[in-house]
Design a protein around this ligand. Structure first.
Ligand SMILES: Cc1cc2nc3c(=O)[nH]c(=O)nc-3n(C[C@H](O)[C@H](O)[C@H](O)COP(=O)(O)OP(=O)(O)OC[C@H]3O[C@@H](n4cnc5c(N)ncnc54)[C@H](O)[C@@H]3O)c2cc1C
Length: 480
């Protein structure tokens, strides 16, 4: 049995902790705030409840596997998952709207042909079929296999190649591989379809003008594996994971900030805390943005990781949720082309005081160099509500009150400067995430700022990869 010291109680770190505890290790989590979950939080007031972090789960298989491997109760016994169907409703700047059914190719073609004109459906589903090539090529190296410091050159080579099989139209032969925005324009040939594709990557914090065409894999994943609502909010998933960690004997120390990772003879030997004696450990798992305030961890630099922040507006609404309301509406705004607004309106009685009220969450991605202060955030919130109303959602007139959750709030919750949120790892991006097995022996990295990147599913996977390396040994190459 080894003593494992974990930094932070985000999803990635807790996923690693539960797996390590079940393997017989003595695991202690040191969390600087007074609660678990990192950015996965809930705002509660007057009987309304809102997710302030991510509102939907993708690839729930990652958490199904975690719950199966760490206890008797499977995921579905601990949280209720509801698949969105329709998966999404898009409202475009020209006023056209379309609802896309979950996973049905024929249904998607019919909906898109009906709303955007004959041929639109096939162009969209053909592009998703090409995106599947990216999933097949990158699923193992960019999701299911750990990354070690020694593998970084090979991973860089892989990430320099975009596996997306772009169609090359006459006159458009390029020497370099195309960006997502370019394939969206070339291959979809309708600005509304292009907005659907680029908007999906944008919601993960990627800039489609720079992101590789292979980022189309994100739309493929949502289409194929679905988008899922956790009944009671995503915070329920964090609670279930925390409870699982407690059941397996993980010890949590809240209000404990880690200053740096201690090293002896090139090996992580424990933690230095801001307030309290040093902690001795046989291995350290960093589930935070920066594990050390100094240069103790040479490959801890996360400056090149694509990331953006989020602005979220929580709306308490009077009046019942109208029948037939889409759970997720993406508004492609005329006032800010390329910056779609996501509106989540779950049909979930646990999130509202009674049937005569409704809770809604509006969110946009905010670029790292355009993070608004509180006053600017409030003005932006006004514009978002107007944009939703222009798209026919009529939320403003029903508003009882609102809360604006800003990048500053995210920074407070996660400790990440600027409240940045890391994007998932992609091939063709030219950037490799900091490895799970770092150059310092015994120091591992979990969570969104390491391989395979951000988001609940990818961070959950990072926990599986780190636990695999510690339990099976540093040469472990992932489950087969
Ligand atoms: C508003 C918002 C919206 C999001 N939307 C999406 C989305 O739509 N799609 C998507 O894929 N992802 C989204 N994410 C990202 C997703 O929530 C995270 O990637 C995922 O939860 C994984 O988080 P993590 O494991 O990296 O930990 P984090 O959530 O980053 O938590 C890190 C934890 O470590 C603690 N910590 C940090 N430093 C220290 C220290 N020195 N000592 C002790 N503790 C420390 C922090 O307090 C925090 O609890 C969103 C996040 C936010 C905040």
């Amino acid at each position: 049995m080894a003593r494992i010291a974990v930094i932070g109680a985000g999803l990635g770190a807790m996923a690693a902790s539960a797996r390590l505890a079940v393997a017989g290790h003595e695991v202690t989590v040191h969390e600087r705030t007074e609660t678990f979950g990192g950015g996965v939080r809930l705002h509660e007031r007057d009987g309304f409840r809102f997710d302030t972090g991510p509102g939907l789960l993708h690839l729930p298989a990652v958490y199904r596997d975690l719950f199966v491997k760490t206890g008797r109760e499977p995921l579905e016994k601990c949280v209720e998952l509801v698949r969105l169907d329709p998966a999404v409703r898009h409202v475009f700047a020209d006023g056209t709207a379309v609802s896309l059914p979950h996973a049905s190719r024929a249904g998607v073609i019919e909906a898109l042909d009906g709303a955007l004109g004959k041929g639109a459906g096939e162009r969209w589903t053909d592009l998703l079929a090409r995106a599947r090539t990216v999933w097949d090529a990158t699923r193992r190296p960019l999701l299911e296999e750990p990354l070690s410091a020694a593998d970084v050159p090979a991973a860089r080579a892989l990430s320099a190649r975009d596996p997306y099989p772009a169609l090359r139209r006459k006159g458009l032969l390029r020497r370099r591989t195309p960006t997502l925005a370019e394939v969206a324009a070339d291959e979809l040939r309708d600005p509304r379809l292009a907005a659907m594709l680029t908007g999906c990557a944008h919601a993960y914090g990627l800039d489609p003008r720079r992101a590789p065409a292979g980022a189309a894999v994100l739309a493929y994943l949502e289409h194929t594996f679905g988008s899922w609502h956790v009944r009671g909010g995503m915070r329920r998933l964090a609670e279930a994971l925390y409870e699982r960690c407690l059941e397996r004997g993980v010890d949590f120390r809240f209000g404990t900030e880690v200053l740096r990772v201690r090293e002896e003879n090139g090996r992580a030997s424990g933690l230095e805390l801001a307030d309290g004696p040093d902690v001795d450990a046989d291995a350290v798992v960093a589930g935070s943005c920066r594990p050390s305030a100094d240069a103790a961890t040479p490959d801890a630099d996360v400056s090149g990781v694509p990331a953006a922040s989020r602005l979220t507006v929580l709306l308490a609404l009077r009046g019942a949720r109208p029948t037939g309301t889409a759970h997720r509406t993406v508004v492609h705004r005329a006032d800010a082309p390329g910056t779609p607004l996501t509106v989540l309106r779950p049909d979930d009685p646990t999130l509202r005081p009674d049937a005569e009220h409704e809770s809604a969450v509006l969110s946009v991605t905010v670029r790292a160099d355009e993070v608004p202060d509180r006053e600017e955030a409030s003005l932006l919130a006004d514009r978002l509500i107007t944009a939703a109303d222009t798209a026919g959602l009529n939320l403003g007139e029903r508003m009882l009150w609102r809360v604006v959750h800003t990048p500053e709030d995210i920074e407070r919750e996660t400790g990440v400067p600027g409240g940045l949120v890391p994007a998932p790892a992609l091939a063709g991006e030219g950037i490799v995430r900091p490895p799970n097995r770092t150059a310092t022996k015994g120091l591992y990295r979990a969570g969104g700022w390491g391989h395979p990147g951000g988001g609940p599913a990818h961070a959950g996977m990072s926990g599986a990869l780190v636990a695999g390396l510690i339990v099976e040994g540093d040469d472990w190459r992932g489950s087969r």
